[in-house]
Design a protein around this ligand. Structure first.
Ligand code: R5P
Length: 293
Protein backbone atom coordinates (compact mmCIF):
# COMPACT_ATOMS: atom_id res chain seq x y z
CA UNK A 1 0.00 0.00 0.00
CA UNK A 2 1.05 3.61 -0.60
CA UNK A 3 -0.15 6.68 1.31
CA UNK A 4 -1.25 9.61 -0.82
CA UNK A 5 -0.88 12.79 1.23
CA UNK A 6 -3.92 14.95 0.54
CA UNK A 7 -3.31 18.72 0.79
CA UNK A 8 -5.65 19.00 3.80
CA UNK A 9 -3.85 16.31 5.83
CA UNK A 10 -0.18 16.37 4.86
CA UNK A 11 1.17 16.06 8.43
CA UNK A 12 -1.22 13.27 9.38
CA UNK A 13 -0.37 11.40 6.16
CA UNK A 14 3.35 11.73 6.95
CA UNK A 15 2.81 10.35 10.48
CA UNK A 16 0.78 7.43 9.09
CA UNK A 17 3.50 6.73 6.54
CA UNK A 18 6.14 6.68 9.28
CA UNK A 19 4.18 4.41 11.60
CA UNK A 20 3.02 1.96 8.91
CA UNK A 21 6.21 1.99 6.87
CA UNK A 22 4.09 2.55 3.74
CA UNK A 23 5.65 4.95 1.25
CA UNK A 24 4.17 8.45 1.21
CA UNK A 25 3.26 9.87 -2.18
CA UNK A 26 3.21 13.69 -2.21
CA UNK A 27 0.50 15.65 -3.96
CA UNK A 28 1.04 18.94 -5.71
CA UNK A 29 -1.93 21.29 -5.45
CA UNK A 30 -2.80 24.78 -6.56
CA UNK A 31 -5.72 27.09 -7.11
CA UNK A 32 -6.23 28.61 -10.55
CA UNK A 33 -6.86 32.36 -10.79
CA UNK A 34 -10.58 31.68 -11.25
CA UNK A 35 -10.72 29.68 -8.01
CA UNK A 36 -10.78 26.20 -9.57
CA UNK A 37 -8.64 23.52 -7.92
CA UNK A 38 -5.81 21.41 -9.33
CA UNK A 39 -4.04 18.37 -7.88
CA UNK A 40 -1.33 16.09 -9.25
CA UNK A 41 -0.11 12.89 -7.61
CA UNK A 42 3.66 13.14 -7.63
CA UNK A 43 4.66 9.46 -7.59
CA UNK A 44 4.10 6.04 -9.09
CA UNK A 45 0.96 4.19 -7.94
CA UNK A 46 0.60 1.76 -10.85
CA UNK A 47 -0.51 -1.66 -9.60
CA UNK A 48 -0.69 -0.38 -6.01
CA UNK A 49 -3.44 -0.19 -3.42
CA UNK A 50 -3.48 3.38 -2.14
CA UNK A 51 -4.90 5.19 0.88
CA UNK A 52 -5.62 8.87 0.24
CA UNK A 53 -5.53 10.81 3.51
CA UNK A 54 -7.66 13.94 3.25
CA UNK A 55 -9.82 15.48 5.92
CA UNK A 56 -12.77 17.59 4.76
CA UNK A 57 -13.15 19.99 7.67
CA UNK A 58 -13.95 23.71 7.44
CA UNK A 59 -12.92 26.00 5.93
CA UNK A 60 -13.77 25.10 2.35
CA UNK A 61 -15.22 21.63 2.89
CA UNK A 62 -16.44 21.52 -0.70
CA UNK A 63 -12.97 22.30 -2.04
CA UNK A 64 -11.45 19.56 0.09
CA UNK A 65 -14.06 17.09 -1.16
CA UNK A 66 -13.26 18.11 -4.74
CA UNK A 67 -9.52 17.65 -4.14
CA UNK A 68 -10.24 14.19 -2.71
CA UNK A 69 -12.32 13.29 -5.75
CA UNK A 70 -9.66 14.56 -8.14
CA UNK A 71 -6.95 12.58 -6.30
CA UNK A 72 -9.05 9.39 -6.48
CA UNK A 73 -9.62 9.87 -10.19
CA UNK A 74 -5.92 10.59 -10.78
CA UNK A 75 -4.87 7.52 -8.78
CA UNK A 76 -7.18 5.25 -10.77
CA UNK A 77 -6.02 6.76 -14.08
CA UNK A 78 -2.41 6.18 -12.97
CA UNK A 79 -3.16 2.49 -12.44
CA UNK A 80 -3.95 2.19 -8.70
CA UNK A 81 -5.84 -1.05 -8.13
CA UNK A 82 -7.82 0.06 -5.10
CA UNK A 83 -8.46 3.47 -3.57
CA UNK A 84 -9.26 3.77 0.12
CA UNK A 85 -10.17 7.27 1.23
CA UNK A 86 -9.11 8.04 4.79
CA UNK A 87 -11.38 10.96 5.71
CA UNK A 88 -10.85 11.77 9.39
CA UNK A 89 -13.61 14.41 9.39
CA UNK A 90 -16.33 13.71 6.86
CA UNK A 91 -18.08 16.93 5.89
CA UNK A 92 -21.87 17.02 5.66
CA UNK A 93 -22.20 14.01 8.00
CA UNK A 94 -24.65 15.86 10.26
CA UNK A 95 -27.28 16.09 7.52
CA UNK A 96 -27.83 12.36 7.81
CA UNK A 97 -31.61 12.31 7.53
CA UNK A 98 -34.44 14.42 6.17
CA UNK A 99 -35.32 16.47 9.23
CA UNK A 100 -37.80 18.67 7.31
CA UNK A 101 -39.70 18.03 4.09
CA UNK A 102 -37.86 19.37 1.07
CA UNK A 103 -34.43 18.47 2.43
CA UNK A 104 -32.07 15.86 1.05
CA UNK A 105 -29.55 13.64 2.82
CA UNK A 106 -26.33 15.49 2.09
CA UNK A 107 -23.94 12.86 3.43
CA UNK A 108 -25.41 10.21 1.10
CA UNK A 109 -25.01 12.57 -1.85
CA UNK A 110 -21.37 13.14 -0.87
CA UNK A 111 -20.74 9.38 -0.67
CA UNK A 112 -22.24 8.80 -4.12
CA UNK A 113 -20.05 11.58 -5.56
CA UNK A 114 -16.94 10.01 -4.02
CA UNK A 115 -17.87 6.61 -5.44
CA UNK A 116 -18.29 8.14 -8.90
CA UNK A 117 -14.79 9.66 -8.59
CA UNK A 118 -13.20 6.24 -8.11
CA UNK A 119 -13.14 5.66 -4.35
CA UNK A 120 -13.59 1.99 -3.44
CA UNK A 121 -13.94 2.24 0.33
CA UNK A 122 -13.69 4.81 3.08
CA UNK A 123 -12.34 4.96 6.57
CA UNK A 124 -13.56 7.74 8.82
CA UNK A 125 -13.40 8.69 12.49
CA UNK A 126 -16.40 9.29 14.77
CA UNK A 127 -18.94 9.97 12.07
CA UNK A 128 -21.89 11.73 13.66
CA UNK A 129 -24.36 8.85 13.10
CA UNK A 130 -22.94 5.48 12.19
CA UNK A 131 -26.23 4.29 10.68
CA UNK A 132 -25.59 6.32 7.50
CA UNK A 133 -22.69 4.04 6.57
CA UNK A 134 -25.17 1.33 5.58
CA UNK A 135 -26.51 3.66 2.85
CA UNK A 136 -23.08 4.34 1.34
CA UNK A 137 -22.31 2.80 -2.07
CA UNK A 138 -19.01 1.30 -0.85
CA UNK A 139 -17.69 -0.40 2.29
CA UNK A 140 -17.19 2.19 5.03
CA UNK A 141 -15.45 1.80 8.37
CA UNK A 142 -15.89 4.15 11.31
CA UNK A 143 -13.52 4.15 14.27
CA UNK A 144 -13.70 6.03 17.55
CA UNK A 145 -10.89 8.27 18.77
CA UNK A 146 -12.55 8.83 22.14
CA UNK A 147 -10.27 6.29 23.94
CA UNK A 148 -7.23 8.23 22.65
CA UNK A 149 -8.67 11.48 24.01
CA UNK A 150 -9.39 9.85 27.36
CA UNK A 151 -5.80 8.53 27.43
CA UNK A 152 -4.59 12.11 26.93
CA UNK A 153 -6.43 13.15 30.10
CA UNK A 154 -5.18 10.10 32.01
CA UNK A 155 -1.60 11.04 31.06
CA UNK A 156 -2.28 14.55 32.40
CA UNK A 157 -3.25 13.03 35.76
CA UNK A 158 -7.05 12.96 35.58
CA UNK A 159 -7.58 9.22 36.05
CA UNK A 160 -10.95 8.73 37.73
CA UNK A 161 -12.50 11.89 36.21
CA UNK A 162 -16.22 11.93 35.50
CA UNK A 163 -17.06 11.51 31.78
CA UNK A 164 -20.03 13.60 30.70
CA UNK A 165 -21.89 13.47 27.41
CA UNK A 166 -23.71 16.75 26.69
CA UNK A 167 -26.45 14.78 24.90
CA UNK A 168 -28.16 11.55 25.98
CA UNK A 169 -27.98 10.21 22.39
CA UNK A 170 -24.18 10.36 22.61
CA UNK A 171 -23.90 8.57 25.95
CA UNK A 172 -21.86 5.87 24.19
CA UNK A 173 -19.09 8.48 23.89
CA UNK A 174 -19.01 9.07 27.66
CA UNK A 175 -19.03 5.29 28.18
CA UNK A 176 -16.04 4.80 25.85
CA UNK A 177 -14.13 7.45 27.80
CA UNK A 178 -15.23 5.99 31.13
CA UNK A 179 -13.55 2.67 30.23
CA UNK A 180 -10.22 4.50 30.06
CA UNK A 181 -10.78 7.10 32.79
CA UNK A 182 -12.22 4.63 35.28
CA UNK A 183 -14.61 7.10 36.96
CA UNK A 184 -18.37 7.56 36.61
CA UNK A 185 -20.23 8.69 33.51
CA UNK A 186 -23.44 10.54 32.79
CA UNK A 187 -25.27 12.72 30.31
CA UNK A 188 -27.35 15.84 29.86
CA UNK A 189 -30.62 16.00 27.96
CA UNK A 190 -30.36 18.21 24.87
CA UNK A 191 -33.18 19.27 22.56
CA UNK A 192 -32.84 21.27 19.34
CA UNK A 193 -35.38 23.46 17.54
CA UNK A 194 -35.20 22.23 13.94
CA UNK A 195 -36.05 25.66 12.52
CA UNK A 196 -33.90 27.99 14.64
CA UNK A 197 -31.17 25.48 15.54
CA UNK A 198 -31.43 26.67 19.18
CA UNK A 199 -30.58 23.96 21.72
CA UNK A 200 -31.61 23.52 25.34
CA UNK A 201 -29.86 21.32 27.88
CA UNK A 202 -31.08 20.01 31.22
CA UNK A 203 -29.60 17.76 33.89
CA UNK A 204 -31.27 15.02 35.89
CA UNK A 205 -29.60 13.25 38.79
CA UNK A 206 -26.01 14.22 37.94
CA UNK A 207 -23.55 13.49 40.73
CA UNK A 208 -20.66 15.82 39.89
CA UNK A 209 -20.31 17.85 43.09
CA UNK A 210 -16.61 18.46 43.87
CA UNK A 211 -15.58 16.25 40.96
CA UNK A 212 -13.28 16.75 38.00
CA UNK A 213 -15.46 16.42 34.91
CA UNK A 214 -14.50 15.92 31.27
CA UNK A 215 -17.21 16.84 28.77
CA UNK A 216 -16.82 14.64 25.69
CA UNK A 217 -18.46 15.15 22.31
CA UNK A 218 -17.89 14.09 18.73
CA UNK A 219 -17.90 17.65 17.34
CA UNK A 220 -17.52 21.15 18.71
CA UNK A 221 -18.75 23.68 16.19
CA UNK A 222 -19.94 27.00 17.68
CA UNK A 223 -19.14 25.79 21.20
CA UNK A 224 -22.72 26.41 22.35
CA UNK A 225 -23.24 22.82 23.50
CA UNK A 226 -20.09 22.80 25.64
CA UNK A 227 -20.76 26.29 27.06
CA UNK A 228 -24.27 25.16 28.07
CA UNK A 229 -22.91 21.99 29.65
CA UNK A 230 -20.20 23.90 31.54
CA UNK A 231 -22.83 26.25 32.97
CA UNK A 232 -24.86 23.31 34.28
CA UNK A 233 -21.74 21.69 35.74
CA UNK A 234 -20.89 24.90 37.61
CA UNK A 235 -24.44 25.04 38.99
CA UNK A 236 -24.08 21.43 40.11
CA UNK A 237 -20.83 22.14 41.97
CA UNK A 238 -18.23 20.45 39.73
CA UNK A 239 -14.71 21.26 40.94
CA UNK A 240 -12.83 21.31 37.60
CA UNK A 241 -14.14 21.06 34.05
CA UNK A 242 -12.27 20.03 30.88
CA UNK A 243 -13.53 19.13 27.46
CA UNK A 244 -12.46 16.75 24.73
CA UNK A 245 -13.87 16.27 21.27
CA UNK A 246 -12.81 14.39 18.19
CA UNK A 247 -13.54 17.10 15.64
CA UNK A 248 -12.69 20.56 16.95
CA UNK A 249 -14.24 22.74 14.26
CA UNK A 250 -14.26 25.61 16.78
CA UNK A 251 -15.88 28.13 14.48
CA UNK A 252 -15.03 31.80 15.18
CA UNK A 253 -14.25 32.41 18.84
CA UNK A 254 -15.72 29.10 20.03
CA UNK A 255 -12.61 28.12 22.01
CA UNK A 256 -12.58 31.45 23.86
CA UNK A 257 -16.28 31.14 24.67
CA UNK A 258 -15.66 27.67 26.11
CA UNK A 259 -12.69 28.82 28.19
CA UNK A 260 -14.66 31.87 29.38
CA UNK A 261 -17.39 29.45 30.53
CA UNK A 262 -14.92 27.94 32.99
CA UNK A 263 -13.56 25.00 30.98
CA UNK A 264 -9.82 24.71 31.74
CA UNK A 265 -8.68 23.08 28.48
CA UNK A 266 -10.13 22.11 25.11
CA UNK A 267 -8.62 19.02 23.50
CA UNK A 268 -9.34 17.65 20.03
CA UNK A 269 -7.69 15.46 17.37
CA UNK A 270 -5.92 16.35 14.15
CA UNK A 271 -9.01 15.47 12.10
CA UNK A 272 -9.20 19.26 12.21
CA UNK A 273 -5.64 20.57 12.45
CA UNK A 274 -5.34 23.50 14.85
CA UNK A 275 -4.24 24.78 18.24
CA UNK A 276 -6.40 22.32 20.20
CA UNK A 277 -5.57 19.21 18.12
CA UNK A 278 -3.28 17.65 20.69
CA UNK A 279 -4.27 14.03 20.00
CA UNK A 280 -2.98 12.42 16.80
CA UNK A 281 -5.13 9.97 14.87
CA UNK A 282 -2.05 8.43 13.25
CA UNK A 283 -1.81 5.40 15.60
CA UNK A 284 -5.50 4.52 15.17
CA UNK A 285 -5.53 4.93 11.38
CA UNK A 286 -2.20 3.13 10.97
CA UNK A 287 -3.48 0.16 12.95
CA UNK A 288 -6.54 -0.12 10.70
CA UNK A 289 -4.56 0.27 7.47
CA UNK A 290 -2.08 -2.36 8.62
CA UNK A 291 -4.91 -4.75 9.42
CA UNK A 292 -6.52 -4.03 6.07
CA UNK A 293 -3.71 -5.28 3.87
C1 R5P B 1 -24.52 17.44 17.79
O1 R5P B 1 -25.39 16.58 17.84
C2 R5P B 1 -23.08 17.16 17.96
O2 R5P B 1 -22.81 15.97 18.62
C3 R5P B 1 -22.41 18.31 18.67
O3 R5P B 1 -22.88 18.36 20.01
C4 R5P B 1 -22.72 19.60 18.01
O4 R5P B 1 -22.45 19.53 16.64
C5 R5P B 1 -21.94 20.73 18.64
O5 R5P B 1 -22.29 21.93 18.03
P1 R5P B 1 -22.04 23.30 18.77
O6 R5P B 1 -20.61 23.33 19.19
O7 R5P B 1 -22.37 24.32 17.72
O8 R5P B 1 -22.97 23.37 19.92
Amino acid sequence: MKIIAGPASTELAEAISVSTGYQRVPVMSKVFPDGELYVRIDGDVKGEEVAIVQTTCPPEQAGKLFQLSFMADSAKRAGATKVTAVIPYLAYARQDKMFLSGEGISVETVARMLKAAGIDEILTINIHSEHVLAQFPFPAKNMSAIPLIAEYFVKKGYKGAYALSPDKGAMYIAEQAQKVLGGNAGYLNKTRDRYTGQTKQTAEGLDVKDKTVIILDDIISTGGTIVGAAKILREQGAKRVFCGCVHGLLIGDAEKKILDAGVEEVVSTNSVPGATSKVSLAPLISQILKGAT
